[in-house]
Design a protein around this ligand. Structure first.
Ligand code: ATP
Ligand code: MG
Length: 335
């Protein structure tokens, strides 16, 4: 395994708020690592430490072999960063913004001109390239910002919520674009609150909550932690519901079914998947029970998120902090 980003025991406090409470993580070269987590989990703080914009209080991290503190300058030359909030200059045109980034990376004038033009075309901004950014829509700014991280073709891309604020079409375009870069060998670390995005793009997912890594693995590994699939049946109106519950209790390893009597739904976890489905269908049929529906569900990443964090993922990518969760003693930890 070739490691591109590695962090060990990273801690960062802001006053009494412990934003990173000892984070260990590894991102492999040429892969996509997604950092998932609710508002305030510490995603942006971790990104800013890795991008050398913040010094950790303790622990260490390396990107492409460079230490984030001791070799910050060299490190900056190998990463492209798109922060959570657009960092483009409103009073410049899109093209000027991109050329400025090229200058920061010490690209020669002809190279940065060419790269700016390429990025404008890639991100559907060719027409708007010579307009001031203050006339851009939110989605255009977001695209310009992500585009700016690519001007120097860095081997490592760090993208903090790259698709928040994009329309569905632009999101899919950006996903395809990221996939293309990764095929060409780029390593991508992105944060997201969109579970479908992590599911689609990430080779590995790291779930952060209150400054700690609470789960990690591939999307499939995380889903497997929930114990495989669920088999769900909806029992016909004229059939004996209680008997159907009995039969569903006798399947697989005898897992206790979840019963929703008013909806006439019964579901059980199953490790055998399709086999259990066939056994259930046969036994219910033999008992003369008719079904309105029978289906097998793979748990979604939403189910995983709910199981590991104890709350649903917010699809709100804004800066609004979550209200304190009284049941868990509040969302904030103090240092
Ligand atoms: N500069 C700062 N000063 C004080 N507190 C901060 C600062 N930056 C972050 N924090 C706090 O640290 C914690 C982690 O914030 P961070 O921005 O890393 O979360 P996040 O996972 O990126 O959240 P979001 O999904 O809302 O972007 C939060 O409690 C936040 O209020
Ligand atoms: Mg953030």
């Amino acid at each position: 395994m070739d490691v591109m980003i590695e962090a060990q025991g990273l801690r960062k406090a802001f006053g009494r708020t412990l934003a990173l409470a000892g984070v260990d993580m590894i991102a492999e070269t040429g892969r996509v690592l997604a950092l998932l987590g609710p508002n305030g989990a510490g995603k942006t703080t971790l990104v800013r430490v890795l991008a050398t914009l913040l010094r950790p209080d303790a622990g260490w991290a390396r990107v492409a072999g460079y230490d984030v503190v001791k070799e910050a300058n060299a490190l900056r030359s190998v990463i492209g960063l798109a922060g959570q909030f657009a960092a483009v200059d409103e009073n410049l045109t899109g093209r000027e913004n991109l050329e400025l980034v090229g200058q920061l990376y010490h690209l020669t004038k002809p190279v940065r001109r060419q790269r700016a033009q390429e990025v404008l075309e890639l991100f559907g901004l060719a027409e708007a390239g010579n307009r001031l950014v203050k006339t851009y829509s939110g989605g255009m700014r977001r695209r310009l910002d992500v585009g700016a991280s690519l001007v120097a073709k860095p081997p490592v891309l760090i993208l903090d919520e790259p698709t928040s604020g994009l329309d569905p079409r632009s999101r899919i375009d950006l996903w395809q674009f990221i996939e293309g870069l990764v095929t060409d060998g780029t390593t991508v670390l992105l944060t997201t609150q969109y579970l479908d995005e992590a599911d689609r793009l990430a080779d590995k997912i790291v779930v952060l909550d209150v400054g700690k890594v609470i789960a990690e693995g591939t999307s499939d590994q995380l889903k497997d932690r929930l114990g495989g699939d669920r088999l769900e049946v909806r029992v016909g109106k004229s059939s004996r519901f209680e008997e159907a519950v009995q039969i569903m209790s006798s399947l697989d390893d005898g897992a206790t079914p979840q019963v929703d009597a008013p909806q006439r739904r019964i579901s059980v976890p199953t490790r055998e998947g399709a086999l259990t489905l066939m056994v259930a269908a046969r036994r219910l049929d033999e008992a003369g029970i008719t079904l309105d529906d029978i289906s097998l569900h793979r748990p979604s990443l939403d189910d995983v998120f709910l199981a590991v964090t104890g709350h649903v993922a917010t699809e709100d990518a804004g800066a609004q902090p979550q209200p304190a969760d009284a049941g868990r003693g509040g969302r904030r930890r103090t240092a």
